[in-house]
Design a protein around this ligand. Structure first.
Ligand SMILES: CC(=O)N[C@H]1[C@@H](OP(=O)(O)OP(=O)(O)OC[C@H]2O[C@@H](n3ccc(=O)[nH]c3=O)[C@H](O)[C@@H]2O)O[C@H](CO)[C@@H](O)[C@@H]1O
Ligand SMILES: C=C(OP(=O)(O)O)C(=O)O
Length: 434
């Protein structure tokens, strides 16, 4: 086991490179299943544990996968006959594995995937994915912890999503690429990662229109082929460094950040007194001496992203006054706050809203990450805490951040990642379970 140790007090200064987006590359990797001929070549692929997990799911399904980490390039060949069943041992590792269902159903009329289950941030059902498959003509069976979808033929139809679910939009979009006729999906997710997936599908020969708007229209085609694609920048990694700069009164150029993708965050940063300068090289963020409080509500894109919520609460706690944060996307995404309490944070949760009482004089403590963004938020809090903060449960951090500590070090933070000796590991684990 490893932990990150941060000694607070340093300003972040310099420039930071941002990886390809985890949430874009995972469905794009799954889309390779649709390519009956030609190789898929993906570049700007981030080195993350979730990417390894998706690669292993695809290998299990009989896709040839070659990940050249030195070049951030993955080559995929799905020309062989594939298996249509993804077992529990893979799906349980990563919920996003569910997005192999749509492409398998499109290509083979059959997909069987272990029910993904909830996670620390919420219950996370997949009913909208399944409703979409059913509307396209699939029969859904749930048995022995598996979801099985079967269809003789998928037929284009009109689908309205009750909620603009990212995963459901991606899964239904991929299932519809080879359906007979036209599929219109309304109230879809509009995240940049949806647009990136639609771009790849179109390069593969699909006819997907409207990605990035509320309605996506897909004309079914008979076959898709491989293509090459450069994965879009990770707006959440970029946003995390923007918050880090603001929090530490720093001055950081987030290289090649696409400001359009981070508009809701940038607008809140500006409201808090942060200077944000967009230029050709990226987005430069300069933290003020004193942060002003602000109220935030998470929403589907183009609203404030739930994946920036834990990091944002740290910034709000540091602000001079009371802020609120309302989490509308996931019902249980405040777990990191209890860890921040160990660092002297003062807040009150009422339902889906938390009042955050700043300014906080964070004190270093031993804290455990409860999920991916919680991990980043705790490290950020450590950057401005008195003394040393030790963050454990780094398996969550590694799902979504490549060498987070090294990037922070390069920006001037006093941070290191160390192995925990076995004895200490037992004590830390028992504390994390308290
Ligand atoms: C790999 C990936 O891209 N993950 C992102 C994706 O997750 P994911 O695709 O799982 O998130 P969704 O947009 O589907 O979920 C949003 C909300 O809809 C609910 N819901 C979803 C599907 C469904 O069938 N029924 C249902 O009720 C969920 O419980 C949740 O409350 O979008 C989330 C919301 O921006 C982000 O936090 C995740 O980082
Ligand atoms: C919640 C997240 O991811 P996932 O949907 O893969 O759990 C995230 O990226 O913050």
């Amino acid at each position: 086991m490893e932990k990150i140790i941060v000694h607070g007090g340093n300003e972040l200064r310099g420039s930071v490179h941002i990886e390809g987006a985890k949430n874009a590359v995972l469905p794009i990797l799954a889309a390779s299943i649709l390519a009956q001929e030609d190789e898929m070549v993906l570049t700007n692929v981030p080195i993350l544990s979730d990417v390894y997990t998706m690669n292993n799911v695809l290998r299990f399904l009989n896709v040839d996968v070659d990940f050249d980490e030195a070049d951030n390039r993955v080559r995929l060949n799905a020309a062989k006959q594939l298996s249509t069943q993804a077992p529990f041992e893979y799906v349980s590792k990563m919920r996003a594995s569910i997005v192999v269902m749509g492409p398998l159903l499109a290509r083979y009329g059959h997909a069987q995937v272990a029910m993904p289950g909830g996670c620390a941030i919420g219950s996370r059902p997949v009913d909208l994915h399944l409703k979409g498959f059913e509307a396209l003509g699939a029969t859904i069976n749930q048995h022995d912890g598996y979801i099985e979808a079967t269809a003789d033929e998928l037929i284009g139809t009109n689908i309205y999503l009750d909620f603009p679910s990212v995963g459901a939009t991606q899964n239904i979009m991929m299932a519809a690429t080879m359906a007979t006729g036209t599929t219109v999906i309304e109230n879809v997710a509009r995240e940049p990662e949806i647009v990136d997936l639609a771009n790849v599908l179109n390069k593969m020969g699909a006819k997907v229109r409207g990605a990035g708007t509320e309605t996506i229209r897909i004309e079914g085609v008979t076959a898709l082929h491989g293509t090459s694609h450069y994965v879009v920048q990770d707006r959440i990694e970029a946003g995390t460094f923007m918050v880090g700069a603001a929090l530490t009164h720093g001055d950081v150029l987030v290289e090649n950040a696409i400001s359009e993708h981070n508009k809701p965050l940038i607008s809140k940063l500006e409201e808090m007194g942060v200077t944000v300068i967009e230029n050709e090289a990226g987005v430069r963020v300069i933290g003020p001496k004193e942060l002003k409080p602000t109220n935030v509500k998470t929403l589907p894109h183009p609203g404030f992203p739930t994946d920036m919520q834990p990091q944002m609460t740290v910034l709000q706690l540091a602000a001079n006054g009371t802020s609120t944060l309302t989490e509308t996307v996931f019902e249980n995404r405040f777990m990191h706050l209890e860890e921040l309490r160990r660092m002297n944070a003062n807040f009150k949760v009422e339902g889906r809203t938390v009042a955050l009482y700043g300014p906080t004089e964070f004190n270093g403590a031993e804290v455990a990450a409860t999920d991916l963004r919680a991990a980043a938020a705790l490290v950020l809090a450590g950057l401005v805490a008195n003394g040393y903060t030790q963050v454990t449960n780094l398996k969550y951090l590694d799902r979504g951040y490549y060498q987070f500590h090294k990037k922070l070090q390069a920006l001037g933070a006093e941070v290191e990642r160390v192995s925990v000796p076995e004895q200490e590991e037992i004590i830390l684990k028992s504390k994390a379970n308290d």
